[in-house]
Design a protein around this ligand. Structure first.
Ligand code: URA
Length: 433
């Protein structure tokens, strides 16, 4: 078999066989296919797409490219949640403790941020001492004892996806439906969960910019998961604006803690409770409505917050930061971004908000970049809010004073100020199951 022929076949709109897809993923994993041929096939897939059968084959080949986890040592139902990536998306920090506090196991593997989207592992590492690499034995012990543990993906986990994702990121082929589905589901299926709730983001801050495209992606991933024997549901949620008010690692942890205390932003709280309700319901805790009430109660009685504090302590993190978020280190500098117009905040380019936060040091442009955990943005106004000249749109935080000019310019040009109050958009568009 020759990689040249596989690229040509896909370039001309052909359907790849299972063997051809396995050959490709094997070559990505063992390094025998050069980056330029991998990239060429990704581009051909970007333009010509894949059938459901091809996408399933690609997903299973990615899943089988490295270690598969065996969670059989964990007692009880295991449920996971995965977001397709957004801005200000700190939902895992809230939903996992809620669900675990209600007796459902969450054995979570999460990723790092790249580009405009943040990553849960980076957020957790903003908590001094938090260890995101546990041995398999310690990970399972913690899940059994506490109900929740969270780690980053090891080098041996879906290695084909690591290589593919890095190349897609630099060849403008990230936003391809079959490639996203295979990347996300390949990793999800290599972990050994019973139920998976997908949070498929839609809008300007996500990879899928329209609700229709997001629905298609959700359906594809739900079908792949079901064909592998998982209980699946996907929620299509709004990423036309950042979730909550905080963007940036420590700032987002603080907002997550406030949400666990019952004082979180309305939009973020709503998305968290909806996701938690679906996770609990898939795990057999009752109807979605009943589970929503359970989730609300876990926040109101402090058990979800307590679960988060216990998890932080168990993984070596400084729990005093969570008990009193005023203890988090602050960025040395802050800068106010003010409106030069009267009106209402209209459409915002959420991806650009993520890039503005990146410019402040809160993310990385390449995997080697160091993160400034205290950097980021606190929005003061969001879509639909009234604003007058001189009112603050956002406060920027960074340890690098010189970063403010660029971050401010990006944020201002990403924020539309309009005469009339824009119509409200739903937070959760629909459920795909
Ligand atoms: N998240 C992933 O893990 N992979 C993608 O391709 C997109 C988002």
């Amino acid at each position: 078999m020759r990689m040249y022929d596989i690229i040509k076949k896909k370039r001309d709109g052909g359907e790849l066989t299972t063997e051809e897809i396995k050959f490709f993923v094997q070559g990505v994993t063992d390094g025998s296919i050069p980056d330029y041929q991998i990239s060429a096939l990704c581009m051909a897939i970007y333009f010509k797409g894949m059938t459901s059968r091809e996408t399933c084959d690609l997903t299973f080949a990615v899943r089988d490219s490295g270690d598969r986890l065996d969670f059989s040592g964990i007692d009880g139902i295991r449920v996971d949640k995965h977001s397709t990536g957004g801005v200000g998306d700190k939902t895992s920090l809230v939903v996992a403790p809620i669900v675990a506090s209600l007796g459902v196991k969450v054995a979570k593997m999460s990723g790092r941020g790249l580009g405009h989207t943040g990553g849960t592992i980076d957020k957790l590492e903003a908590i001094e001492g938090f260890n995101t690499t546990l041995s398999d034995a310690d990970f399972m012990k913690q899940v059994n004892e506490l109900g929740f543990a969270i780690v980053g993906q090891s080098r041996q986990f879906a290695p084909a996806d690591k290589k593919l994702y890095a190349l897609r990121d630099v060849t403008a082929t990230v936003d391809s439906m079959p490639l996203i589905a295979a990347s996300i589901m390949g990793k999800k299926l290599a972990a050994d969960d019973d139920c998976i709730v997908l949070d498929v983001k839609t809008g300007s801050g996500s990879f899928m910019k329209t609700v229709e495209a997001s629905k298609q992606l959700a359906k594809l991933m739900v079908d792949i998961g079901k064909s592998a024997g998982k209980k699946m549901v996907a929620l299509i949620t709004n990423m036309d604006r950042p979730l909550g008010y905080a963007i940036g690692n420590a700032l987002e942890v603080i907002e997550a803690v406030e949400t666990l205390q019952g004082n979180g932003p309305e939009d973020f709280t709503e998305v968290c409770l909806t996701l938690a309700a679906h996770m609990l319901s898939l795990a057999g805790k009752g109807s979605v409505e009943q589970c929503r009430k359970l989730a609300e109660k876990a926040v109101a009685d402090g058990s979800a917050l307590n679960k988060f504090i216990q998890t932080v302590a168990a993984q070596g993190g400084n729990k005093k930061l969570i008990e009193n978020t005023a203890n988090f280190a602050k960025a040395k500098y802050s800068h106010s971004v003010k409106s030069v117009k009267d009106g209402y905040i209209g459409n915002v380019d959420t991806e650009a908000y993520g890039l503005s936060s990146l410019a402040l040091g809160a993310g990385r442009n390449t995997v080697e970049d160091e993160i400034d955990y205290s950097a980021g943005i606190i929005l003061k106004r969001k879509t639909g809010d009234k604003i007058s000249v001189g009112d603050e749109i956002a406060t920027l935080y960074s340890n690098d004073k010189t970063a403010f000019a660029k971050a401010e310019e990006i944020l201002l040009s990403a924020t539309e100020i309009c005469k009339n109050k824009p119509a409200e958009e739903p937070l959760v568009y629909c459920i795909v199951d």
